[in-house]
Design a protein around this ligand. Structure first.
Ligand code: BTN
Length: 266
């Protein structure tokens, strides 16, 4: 059973109702749950409409990319999952989620966050940039093709006792800003940013999302990257993303196309 929506979240969402389309409606809030992505998927299986949003104050089994745990202590972050059904929007949904989180944080508090391919939201100076948000899109397909995508957004709001393996790579909005942020405002501005991006994708316009992403991700051009393949270590220079969101890397005189996987950035 969901819990009552906290007043600050309800008030912020009420103020942004006209700018966030179907996102945030209906809204299910849980003081604690395993993973909001799992709750949203269960709702989608039962026919929940596009825009259905699940939020938790704490996750006991928050998931990140590559099967990692997403550290989700009580009140330290926004843990949000959106039900998306439009198949036209699906291919660039994770990029749109990253753009929305970056634009939402910027609009809510002015912190000049950036995106690191594919979808890490980072803050700080180039050499010492730390991650403060991430996106996890999980699709469900059936015999008729795509059923739905659950777009999970994890945003670190306040400092927390990060596990040692994250300690020097994670940060939060409040750590970077040096002041308190309004969680409801970050959420409502993120949903308000996501709505037009999603609508453009749903109507077949991918150019806008790609242009916004490229503007927010300067490191996708010119940074030195390394990655591991079954054949050994590879290194090259990032050369932007293509229109499918794959990272292009210049290795010697050739361009390699990286669809997913973990890169080390220098
Ligand atoms: C990443 O590894 O960068 C993606 C992290 C995504 C975390 C969010 S928190 C809300 C939603 N529920 C989950 O279990 N994961 C996503």
């Amino acid at each position: 059973m969901p819990d009552p929506v906290p007043d600050d979240i309800a008030a912020a969402l009420a103020r942004s109702a006209e700018r966030r389309g179907c996102f945030g409606d209906p809204l299910y809030f849980f003081a604690e749950t395993g993973s909001t992505n799992d709750v949203a998927a269960a709702l989608a299986e039962r026919g929940a409409p596009e825009g259905t949003t699940v939020i938790a104050s704490r996750q006991t089994a928050g998931r990140g990319r590559f099967g990692r745990t997403w550290f989700s202590p009580e009140g330290a972050g926004l843990y949000v999952s959106l039900v998306c059904r439009n198949p036209e929007a699906a291919p660039l949904l994770t990029l749109a989620g990253g753009v929305a989180v970056a634009q939402g944080i910027r609009a809510a508090c002015g912190l000049p966050v950036l995106i690191k391919w594919p979808n890490d939201i980072v803050a700080g100076e180039a050499r010492t940039r730390r991650k403060l948000a991430g996106i996890l899109a999980e699709a469900s397909t059936g015999a008729d093709g795509l059923q739905y995508v659950i777009l999970g957004l994890g945003i670190n709001l306040r400092p927390a006792a990060y596990p040692p393996e994250l300690g020097d790579r994670a940060t939060s909005i409040e750590t970077e800003l040096g002041r308190v942020v309004d969680a409801g405002l970050v959420l409502s501005e993120t949903l308000a940013a996501f709505h037009p991006l999603f609508d453009r994708l749903a109507t077949g316009d991918r150019g806008h999302v790609l242009a916004c992403w490229r503007e927010l991700a300067p490191s996708s051009h010119g940074a030195l990257v390394e990655w591991t393949t079954p054949a050994g270590e590879r290194r090259g220079t990032a050369a932007g993303i293509d229109d499918a969101g794959a990272l292009l890397v210049k290795v010697g005189s050739r361009i390699e196309r990286i669809i997913s996987g973990e890169l080390r950035w220098h």
